[in-house]
Ligand binder design. Structure first.
Ligand code: DC
Length: 214
């Protein structure tokens, strides 16, 4: 199975680029951030305090977290028999997801699910630690970045109001699997590129590496 890892900070363009790239290549698309969001959403729904790692761990013990693919090849998440979607973008989830994702037990649970997913098919997987920790041997790794100003503008255009600066700071400074440029990753600055421009650039780099659309 071939894995293309796309990491980077919030609003660097990862989701749109990864989805489009996956479609172009005939790969499946996995948004690992949705898993962290789903766990955060469920913890909050159960009134578990994200700042209390012991309570989080207790809740994880009985949490049923599953994921798979839709017929269109996109990943979906099932958590305690629910399939959250729009809820994952709620402000309360935005504001707590970095705290929850810094808890090692949460990461271990999700990383195990992500690794199991790629047994099924070729994937473009986006996140923060895909190339550095989840699949350090992935043959194709990219790190998308953009200036903080541009990322803030993109976020606002999406109607999202979370503080990406704070989230990036938390995601980069946590002890386990922090946001970083993975060894061997190609850094792409998307600040002044269109979505098509980024996909084109990555496709060209993949073609040079011998990976072509099916
Ligand atoms: O990609 P996103 O903004 O939906 O991710 C939400 C949060 O999940 C992000 O702030 C940190 C966490 N995350 C992570 O720790 N590791 C990943 N591979 C993906 C996301």
């Amino acid at each position: 199975m071939t894995i293309i890892a796309i990491d980077g900070p919030a609003a660097s363009g990862k989701s749109s680029v990864s989805k489009r790239l996956a479609r172009r290549l005939g790969f499946s698309y996995v948004n690992s951030g949705s898993m962290y969001r789903a766990v955060t959403w469920e913890l909050l729904r159960q009134s578990v305090d994200p700042l209390n790692p012991d309570s989080v761990r207790t809740s994880l013990d009985s949490m049923e977290l599953g994921c798979g693919f839709t017929p269109e090849g996109e990943s979906f998440i099932r958590i305690n028999a629910q399939v959250p979607d729009a809820e994952l973008k709620e402000s309360v989830v935005n504001n707590n997801v970095s705290t929850v994702s810094a808890i090692p037990a949460v990461r271990h649970l999700i990383v195990a699910r992500l690794r199991a997913l790629v047994n099924e098919r070729d994937v473009v997987m986006e996140g923060r630690d895909i190339g550095s920790a989840v699949f350090p041997d992935a043959p194709h790794k990219f790190y998308l970045d953009a200036s903080p100003e541009i990322r803030r503008l993109r976020r606002a255009a999406e109607g999202q109001t979370d503080s990406i600066d704070l989230r990036d700071k938390q995601d980069s400074s946590r002890a386990e699997a922090p946001l970083q440029v993975a060894k061997g990753a190609c850094v792409v600055d998307t600040s002044h590129l269109t979505l098509d421009g980024v996909v084109e650039k990555i496709s060209q780099l993949l073609a040079v590496a011998g990976l072509h659309p099916r």
